[in-house]
Design a protein around this ligand. Structure first.
Ligand code: SAH
Length: 232
């Protein structure tokens, strides 16, 4: 079997594992299956190109993997679930906070018009930008910045996905959501994290629902202003 065929089979097997986990977690998520378009997108993205060389053998295991800088590429099931929760449409403009490897952005790019992704670690932002461009994902823009502020220049967004655990829902992200938009974000709650789906209704009202307990690396807060240096 060629390497490419082997990878394709691994991806097909991964989709079945994801579908199985979706059924097992239905009691939390209320979803017994995911949108076929979302599963097709996961099947199309070569995850082995987003993981470090020494993790290649695990590229299609349904687990998160280290990508350096104490960060991880998320578990495929979680990527699938979060993508599905956004209800992506071909006309959508989506903001991602936490580019990491760029894998989630690549999956989204196949489902929507444009993905704007922000990453706080400069090296990860640069690597992801290069990787996404090498692989031909031309509708993704990556910039290095603090995602707590969103990316106001391109907003408002049809949906926003945060792939790091926040202490609270950043107000800037709610503001950058269109009426009818969806924000998917892991939020700390009593020493655990809860994946939340936040919806902004057409009148601008904001509604939050718990989806699933999860474990993401933390969304870093910007460093506090150093008042001792002020005016110097
Ligand atoms: N979506 C990624 C997984 C990201 S892990 C993927 O598909 O590979 C979470 C990422 O969020 C890390 O890369 C981390 O550096 C980044 N991050 C943490 N705090 C952030 C912040 N305040 N703004 C932007 N990115 C942040």
């Amino acid at each position: 079997m060629t390497k490419a065929t082997e990878r394709r089979r691994e991806r097909e097997a991964l989709i079945q594992i994801i579908e199985e986990e979706v059924r097992q977690t239905e009691v939390y998520t209320g979803r017994s299956h995911l949108d076929l378009r979302v599963l097709n997108a996961l099947e199309a993205v070569p995850r082995e190109r987003f993981v470090p060389e020494h993790e290649l053998d695990c590229a299609y295991a349904n687990v998160p993997l280290p990508i350096g800088y104490r960060q991880t590429i998320s578990q495929p099931y979680i990527v699938a679930l979060m993508t599905d929760l956004l209800e992506p449409r071909p006309s959508h403009r989506v903001l991602e906070v936490g580019t990491g490897s760029g894998y989630q952005a690549a999956v989204l790019s196949l489902l929507v018009d444009r993905v704007y992704s922000v990453e706080v670690v400069p090296e990860l932002a640069e690597q992801a930008r290069q990787r996404l461009s090498d692989l031909g994902y031309g509708n993704v823009d990556v910039r290095q910045s603090d995602g707590n502020q969103g990316w106001p220049e391109h907003g408002p967004y049809d949906s926003i996905i945060v792939t790091a655990g926040a202490r609270d829902v950043p107000q800037a992200l709610v503001e950058q959501l269109k009426p009818g938009g969806r924000l998917v974000i892991p939020v700390d709650a009593n020493a655990h994290q809860m994946l939340k789906l936040i919806r902004k209704d057409e009148a601008g009202g904001v509604h939050s629902a718990d989806v699933l307990p999860v474990a993401f690396v933390p969304l870093v807060e910007p460093p506090p202003v150093d008042i001792t240096r002020r005016g110097k």
